[in-house]
Design a protein around this ligand. Structure first.
Ligand code: 6PG
Length: 233
């Protein structure tokens, strides 16, 4: 687990690692496919990436989860990434595949994105992302796999709509198998409010089921965390 004194330090380290991973993937396979996390933590990373020299024409951006809002809504994860990163890149080199949210048709929205992903990874029985970027909520959710929600069991799909009772709204999310199929899985976590969740997710205690701590579903992640998110002894 890499521990950083600040979110800015974490974001700079993650940006350097992103550039390294992208260049290696493009050298080896000609393309770098990354699924992005939303929320607030990764915003600084995205802003830093906008200042980097990368072969953007060989990079494809997907979303690991999305809210049940259209792209112009302030809550949209796509809007956050567009403002922090995509709008600063050469438009003719941009390959971004946002979730085509129709707030009135959650099931159709998720099916449409699943179709896009299966076309992207045609011939593969899993989406072989080069990198899955993940955050974690203070309830130990990741992507939009919230505790005790249906998406946690929907392992036959890659991307689903997920009713979140405590928020009284639908979210859209990759399923755990469709995250774990990534070559690399990174958690970016900051803030003392994540301390308890992070300790629970990393605990070896067997009585902490993934249904209650969905981030435990993610296999062998790389951890980028700020010091204030790490429980002191
Ligand atoms: C979202 C995210 C979600 C996020 C966590 C942490 O749509 O909100 O994808 O999984 O990573 O909720 O959010 P913060 O970074 O804002 O704490």
């Amino acid at each position: 687990m890499q521990v950083f004194e600040s979110l800015d330090e974490l974001s700079n380290a993650a940006a350097d690692a992103f550039c390294k991973a992208a260049k290696e993937a493009i050298e080896q396979r000609g393309v770098f496919r990354v699924t992005l996390s939303g929320g607030s933590t990764p915003k600084r990373l995205y802003e830093l990436l906008a200042t980097k020299e990368l072969p953007w024409q060989n990079i494809e951006f997907y979303w690991g989860d999305e809210r049940n809002v259209t792209e112009d809504n302030l809550d949209s994860n796509y809007r956050m990434v567009r403002e922090a990163l995509l709008s600063h890149l050469p438009a003719d080199s941009l390959h971004a595949f946002p979730v085509p949210v129709d707030p009135d048709n959650p099931a159709a929205t998720a099916e449409a994105y699943e179709k896009t992903l299966r076309e992207t990874f045609a011939g593969s029985d899993v989406p072989t992302w080069d990198l899955a970027l993940l955050g974690m909520g203070d309830d130990a959710h990741t992507a939009s796999l919230f505790p005790e929600t249906k998406a946690i069991e929907q392992n036959d799909r890659w991307f689903v709509e997920n009713w979140v009772p405590k928020m009284k709204t639908y979210r859209y999310t990759l399923t755990a198998p469709a995250i774990n199929s990534a070559r690399q899985r990174w958690f970016l976590i900051g803030g003392s409010n994540k301390r308890q969740a992070l300790a629970s997710v990393r605990s070896s205690a067997s009585d902490l089921p993934a249904a209650l701590f969905p981030s435990r579903l993610i296999e062998s992640p790389t951890w980028f965390v700020t010091r204030d998110a790490v429980a002191t002894a």
